[in-house]
Design a protein around this ligand. Structure first.
Ligand code: PEP
Ligand code: MG
Length: 747
């Protein structure tokens, strides 16, 4: 235990607490704080600069500089020593400020008379809020103790800023988390919704950064850490028997939870006057700053662990967010840094929208959101920092924009948009039972993609003719252990029954790449999307594939069955997978089980190579489904999860369409049924072009069936084809513009 000494910083914090508790306006509080610090540290100058916007710092209070400069002097992030402190998020401590690189002379403040400068960032959990500065005439560097005291004070200032202590008449600050903020991200699922923020990991609010009694606070901290250690031990015990890899991660957690230096630093901070919660947050802030700067992947992982552990400890100490699910508001809009498909599925369909700070369009969580037709915005930088649980939020999934705490004007415009959407939905509902027959008389079969039992009711509601893709891995992803054959067979049987006689194309397990089963050892592959995944796993370790095939055969219960294998890249893979099916049938026969009345065995075409397979492949396979999500990433060599490269390549690029045309021709030549089940099938313009090329079956998320059908019924495919051919002949890179321009005059 560190020896508790009545340090300067503790005395200072005591005075600070009194000043902050006084019934003052924000500016008066700030003025008093700088006065207090200058007096107690015996410096001529103490100033507080706070961010006016994300790029500009403003002098908000000073003791020692010209009073007229307050709210007048501003500098950009990185400009001058103050700007540098804010940008680097590190302390700048110098005896000769004018000689320092980047020193900026500001005549209005009269600061040329001061030689020493010490700037300490005011930050909270990696979120820069401003800079605390002390200056003196005498040329001296501030001692380590003095810097430490300033850091502690800066920590308290950050907490108080967060709590709105400096807001009010005359203050430069407006309250945080109260104004309207517009965040721009990328579209991952269209649609609009209105609701309240529901944080996946709610931020803990520290309301008492300064302790009343360090002894009590130390006991509180130790008690919290003890509970944390026990909970990690408990998790570890469970994981050891079930999952060696998860246990490995938890071992790292335990190491941090038992770290002597972590504990010592927090104890020292508490001894110096911080509350237990503030001490934890100070450490967490430090870790976040390092996390933002760390390039090394391993180090980043460990810092993430530490961040997570601090969150757990804060929740224990404050009792906040113990059971987030209970706090789900009405019309919840989920806000998270990122989320896996399993966690998302746990929240269920109650969610009205999702806004992620990171995320990617091709991820499985995005696919789940799409299946549920929940608007999803990804890459909305800053959302987890800005949003508080329960904040009103509008999600504009069409533009990729989230409005947090919207004002009345924004709200009004948004409601108009929602009303328009409702009218569109009514239009789609009116054609639900009509076929997708174009003006030229061609009928396109529109099917839906699914992956959960909960998706099946959409079959009726959307007007889809069947399930063109049933992603079986979602069932594996939501569990914490491998399902058994009997469970799977019961589940598939429910799917078949819910489909009510409509065809369901079951895709066998497609794991690997971004779909990592929590209970399977992850492979440390440099390039998982091109690694050991999908049918490759199924063929190399056939136990699960065999179990799944048997479960499917039983679920068919003497009725028809359609099964397809994911990620087939060459003839031999299809033959080997089909041989597994033949073996499964033979086994079922021996066991005396009934066999499907008809069996279709198909392959997903997700790599260019399969398009060039020998003719015999097209003859042997019963049907082919183009998995455009994967096919596109391999065709263009652009990772579907990497937003930066993914967006460069258009599905309506003529090279891609020319490849699809060839596949259509080959399927026509061998009379092989062909469908397209990637996400692009659900985009009306893309669907139109695919149909014009000759695709007759498209499988999409249920919410897309209406819009796609609506468009198809209004066009003549020969005319679309002519527009596309013209664009191709002209040498356009993509036919999108030509088709879109043409559409303006058609519909
Ligand atoms: C695809 O790749 O287009 C596809 C449908 O499969 P998934 O998105 O599940 O990889
Ligand atoms: Mg795929």
């Amino acid at each position: 235990m560190p020896e508790r000494i009545e340090t300067e910083s503790r005395k200072l914090l005591g005075r600070l607490r009194e000043a902050l508790a006084a019934d003052n306006e924000g500016q008066a509080r700030l003025d008093e704080v700088v006065d207090l610090i200058a007096t107690s540290m015996m410096t001529e100058v103490c100033s507080i600069y706070l961010f006016r916007d994300s790029e500009t710092l403003e002098l908000c209070a000073t003791k020692g500089l010209q009073a007229e400069a307050v709210h007048q002097t501003r500098m950009r992030l990185g400009e001058g020593l103050v700007g540098r402190t804010a940008k680097s998020r590190t302390v700048i401590n110098t005896a000769d400020a004018p000689a320092e690189k980047g020193f900026r002379y500001m005549p209005e403040t009269g600061e040329e008379r001061y030689s020493s400068f010490c700037g300490v960032p005011i930050q909270r959990l990696g979120d820069a809020m401003g800079v605390l500065v002390v200056q003196s005439k005498a040329a001296r560097e501030f001692s380590a103790d003095e810097v430490y005291a300033l850091e502690i004070v800066a920590m308290v200032l950050a907490e108080m800023t967060e709590l709105g202590a400096f807001v009010g008449e005359g203050a430069a600050l407006s309250a945080r988390h109260q104004q309207h903020v517009m965040l721009r991200g990328s579209v991952a699922q269209e649609g609009a919704s209105e609701g309240c923020v529901f944080l996946h990991e709610p931020r803990v609010v520290v309301t008492n950064p300064i302790s009343d009694d360090p002894d009590v606070e130390l006991a509180h901290l130790r008690d919290g850490v003890e509970k944390l250690r026990k909970s990690v031990d408990h998790m570890l015990l469970g994981a050891r028997s079930a999952d060696a890899d998860q246990a490995e991660v938890l071992e790292a957690y335990r190491m941090f939870a038992n770290s002597g230096s972590w504990m010592r630093r927090m104890e020292a901070d508490v001894s110096n006057g911080l509350s237990a919660e503030a001490a934890v947050e100070k450490e967490q802030s430090l870790a976040r700053t390092r996390l933002n700067q760390a390039g090394d992947a391993y180090l980043r992982e460990r810092l993430h662990d530490l961040d997570d552990l601090s969150n757990r400890l804060l929740r224990i100490l404050t009792g906040q967010g113990a059971d987030a699910r209970n706090d789900m508001p009405e019309n919840p809009i989920l806000v998270a840094r990122n989320i896996g498909p399993g966690e998302l599925l746990e929240y269920g369909k109650a969610l009205k929208g999702i806004v992620l700070e990171e995320g990617s369009v091709g991820s499985h969580a995005a696919i789940v959101a799409r299946a549920w037709a929940i608007p999803l915005i990804i890459n909305a930088k800053g959302i987890t920092r800005e949003a508080l649980n329960g904040d009103p939020i509008l999600v504009d999934g069409d533009q990729g924009i989230a409005h947090l705490r919207p004002d009345e004007t924004v709200h009004g415009a948004f409601r108009d948009k929602l009303a328009m959407q409702t009218r569109a939905q009514e239009r789609y509902a009116s054609i639900r039972d009509l076929p997708a027959t174009t003006k030229c008389g061609t009928t396109i079969s529109l099917q839906m993609n699914a992956g959960l039992i909960a998706d099946l009711p959409s079959l009726e509601g959307s007007g889809a003719e069947g399930v063109g893709l049933f992603r079986t891995e979602l069932q594996f992803l939501v569990r914490n252990k491998m399902p058994r054959r009997a469970e799977l067979s019961a589940l598939y049987s429910r799917v078949v029954k819910s489909a009510n006689g409509k065809r369901v194309a079951f895709r066998t397990l497609d794991i690997g790449s971004d779909k990592v089963l929590p209970y399977m050892k992850p492979n440390d592959e440099p390039n998982p999307a091109m690694g050991w995944r999908a049918i490759r796993v199924g063929l190399d370790k056939p136990g699960v594939l065999r179990m799944q095939l048997q479960a499917l055969l039983r679920a068919a219960d003497g009725g028809p069955l359609a099964v397809m294998f994911p990620f087939i890249t060459q003839l031999e893979e299809f033959r080997a997978a089909k041989a597994e099916m033949d073996k499964a049938i033979a086994r079922e026969k021996i066991l005396g089980h009934s066999l499907p009345s008809s069996l279709e065995v198909g392959a997903m075409l997700e790599t260019p190579s399969l398009g060039f397979a020998p003719d015999i492949f097209f003859e042997e396979v019963d049907f082919i489904s183009i998995g455009g999500n994967d096919l596109k990433q391999f065709f263009f060599a652009a990772d579907r999860e990497n937003e930066r490269v993914r967006k460069r390549y258009d599905t309506l690029n003529v090279s891609f369409l020319s490849f699809i045309s060839q596949v259509i021709d080959r399927c026509n030549a061998s009379n092989t049924a062909l469908s397209f089940c990637g996400e692009d099938a659900g985009r009306p313009v893309e669907a139109l072009c695919f149909a014009a090329l000759g695709l007759r079956t498209l499988s999409m998320r249920p919410a897309s069936v209406g819009p796609v059908k609506h468009l198809l019924r209004r066009v003549d495919l020969d005319e679309v084809k002519a527009v596309m051919d013209e664009a191709i002949a002209r040498g356009d890179q993509s036919v999108r513009r030509a088709v879109a321009d043409w559409l303006v005059y058609q519909v």
